[in-house]
Ligand binder design. Structure first.
Ligand SMILES: Cc1cc2nc3c(=O)[nH]c(=O)nc-3n(C[C@H](O)[C@H](O)[C@H](O)COP(=O)(O)OP(=O)(O)OC[C@H]3O[C@@H](n4cnc5c(N)ncnc54)[C@H](O)[C@@H]3O)c2cc1C
Length: 291
């Protein structure tokens, strides 16, 4: 970036320069390279509460039977669920449950191993998956004050440790029952995950505090959905929400810059498609009013 009097004059890509009057950064919350670049120029960020955990997978028929009592209902696509648990130290909840969906790799950078989930419109896949994540305040979890850069490093190290474990992009996995018992091994079952599975003591790979809380909540969930404990749990779900938040003023302008707007999920103020899109609309209106 070229900065003149606290205003961005130009940004540069690998191939060219982009001069402009206003600059809107909507780079998503995986763009740690952009966060670090902005920090280098004096952009301020603080930590915020976020969620982290793994993803569970069951056969969709098991979920249909548990929720409806039958394997299929005419005219209805696939059963869903939404669960919360408070049996551990941290609150745990299911997130982005994908009926008839698939688990997908979600790493934005090489040598990091992250999973996410999605359903196609027909929701007619064999499997049901959901993130099972713990709500985390890093200062409380690590019992010390944490800066934004340290929060990013903490998440990155975890993402790299999952990559190191499998030496690639296959997902470390175990059965939900083994995760709850914190022992045992499971032969690799069928999965929707395209990069394959590697058996792992997942309960040891998630950070202390988080693993215990997820384990306690999985026990709760198994009491709510019949057969829940027969599913598998896999991978690192580290991108449900941003661990850091931009310090902004007068709407979405990044503090310290006269014409740089930090918006969308990367700003740490929105989560999901709609709220991120709304940030874009509001910022466009903010810029039009100023111009
Ligand atoms: C598998 C999956 C399923 C999801 N399902 C849902 C769902 O059902 N409902 C829902 O509400 N949300 C869902 N989400 C979350 C949703 O995708 C995000 O909340 C939303 O896309 C955030 O929008 P955004 O515009 O802030 O960032 P993004 O959509 O992440 O867009 C950021 C863009 O910036 C680009 N970028 C980053 N760095 C640079 C750079 N240096 N230079 C140029 N470009 C750059 C990125 O390549 C990307 O295209 C899902 C996410 C995933 C991964």
């Amino acid at each position: 970036m070229e900065i003149v009097d606290n205003k961005v004059a130009s940004v540069f890509s690998a191939s060219r320069e982009y001069p402009g009057d206003h600059f809107v950064f909507a780079t998503g919350h995986s763009a740690y390279d952009t966060y670090r670049m902005l920090m280098k120029y004096g952009g301020r960020f603080r930590i915020k509460n976020f969620a982290i955990g793994s993803r569970v997978e069951h056969s969709q028929i098991l979920i249909n039977k548990a929720q409806w009592g039958v394997e299929q209902l005419p005219g209805v696509k696939a059963a869903e669920y939404r669960l919360t648990g408070r049996s551990g130290e941290l609150p745990v909840y299911t997130f982005c449950m994908c009926p008839g969906g698939k688990i997908v790799p979600a790493a934005a950078f090489e040598k990091t191993n992250i999973v996410n989930g999605m359903s196609l419109y027909k929701r007619n896949g064999t499997f049901a998956n959901a993130a099972v994540v713990a709500a985390v305040n890093l200062t409380n979890l690590l019992k010390k004050e944490i800066e934004a850069e340290e929060a990013m490093e903490w998440v990155e190290k975890l993402e790299e440790s999952f990559y190191s474990f499998t030496r690639g992009y296959s997902a470390p996995f175990c059965s939900i029952r083994n995760f709850m018992d914190r022992k045992g091994s499971t032969p690799a079952p069928e999965t929707s995950y395209p990069m394959g599975l590697t058996e792992a003591p997942l309960w040891e790979m998630l950070p202390p505090g988080i693993a215990e809380s997820i384990s306690a909540s999985l026990k709760d969930f198994s009491g709510k959905i019949k057969g829940y404990e027969t599913g598998i749990i896999m991978g690192l779900e580290s991108k449900t929400s941003s661990p850091i938040q931009a310090v902004r003023e007068n709407g979405s302008r990044l503090t310290g810059f006269g014409n740089l707007y930090m918006i969308g999920e990367g700003s740490g103020y929105s989560g999901g498609i709609i709220s991120s899109a709304v940030e874009g609309v509001k910022t466009a209106m903010e810029i039009i009013e100023k111009s």
